[in-house]
Design a binder for this molecule. Structure first.
Ligand SMILES: Cc1ncc(COP(=O)(O)O)c(C=O)c1O
Length: 275
């Protein structure tokens, strides 16, 4: 396993992670007000970087956060950090945390950090055998923005551990929305259905839909909870999880309780496309 990257970027400077700091008055720290991006790399190249940076801009705008750094500059900093840390591949985290309210600009100034992290992996069985989800009545605030607020997600960690679940599926008003850190999909035979409203529009979600479009009928629409009973397959998708089949949601077995054929086919398509 690679050593933990030593150098990061904070507000215009390259500093060692150990000595990196932001002011204790930062509103991201004090109030949890901020947005971020999380990007992974394949073959030494950040995956869908332009899309992640476009989403970062939209997330910042949604929260009236100033983002005084261009996408091109962020791209150059990532390249520089990889060189400086002498690593070919890492996970990339970009934080934009509110500093204080700027009355004239009518927006929040922000602290910006760019960090490289050791790639996070999950057991292979999560992709081959599938995973369990538990549900929770919840809808993320400012759902379209990738905010740093993961209170509900982290709070549910103990419950997930007890129940052997990898993710919590947020449900609201009788609809399945998304998971704590991934998007949710079901198959009804050859129809692939995934929500579009009140969720974070995942970069992986978009990529999976683009791969699936050639082979399946796609419906981007609400998924009612009653529909889960009729689902032949289900899966989740996210940057750090790629595609994971879902075999159980609470006590409901999905399909025959094994990773579905369509999902396995999508996993193969995904792997061929990225590796
Ligand atoms: C709430 C939520 N939904 C969906 C996703 C998946 O998004 P992406 O595919 O861009 O990683 C994430 C990723 O962290 C998330 O936090």
């Amino acid at each position: 396993m690679m050593a933990s990257p030593r150098w990061c970027f904070v507000n215009g400077k390259i500093v060692s992670v150990q000595n990196a700091n932001i002011n204790v008055r930062n509103l991201g720290l004090q109030r949890g007000y901020g947005v971020f991006e999380f990007i992974r790399m394949y073959g030494g190249v950040p995956f869908r970087l332009a899309e992640h940076l476009a989403r970062l801009k939209n997330s910042a705008r949604a929260l009236y956060l100033s983002l005084p750094i261009s996408a091109q500059r962020i791209e150059r900093i990532i390249g520089f950090l990889l060189e400086k840390n002498k690593i070919g591949e890492a996970d990339i985290r970009i934080l934009v945390l509110a500093k204080n309210f700027d009355k004239d600009a009518k927006s929040f100034s922000s602290d910006i950090c760019i960090l490289l992290e050791q790639p996070h992996t999950y057991p292979q069985s999560a992709h081959t055998k599938g995973i369990k989800l538990i549900t929770k009545e919840h809808q993320r605030e400012f759902a379209r923005a990738k905010t740093i607020n993961y209170l509900s997600a982290f709070h549910d960690h103990i419950r997930r551990l007890r129940r052997g679940a990898l993710e919590t599926l947020y449900v609201s008003n009788g609809k399945a929305l998304e998971c704590t850190t991934s998007n949710f999909f079901i198959f009804r035979r050859n129809v692939l259905i995934t929500p579009r409203r009140d969720i974070l529009l995942g970069i992986t979600r978009k990529f999976v839909l683009s791969l699936a479009r050639k082979y399946f009928v796609i419906q981007e629409r609400n998924i009612r909870l009653q529909e889960l009973r009729g689902a032949s397959e289900a899966f989740i998708a996210a940057t750090n999880k790629e595609i994971m089949p879902v075999i159980k949601i609470d006590s409901l077995r999905i399909g025959n309780g094994k990773a579905g054929v369509n999902t396995k086919f999508l996993i193969t398509l995904f792997e061929d496309a990225v590796r």
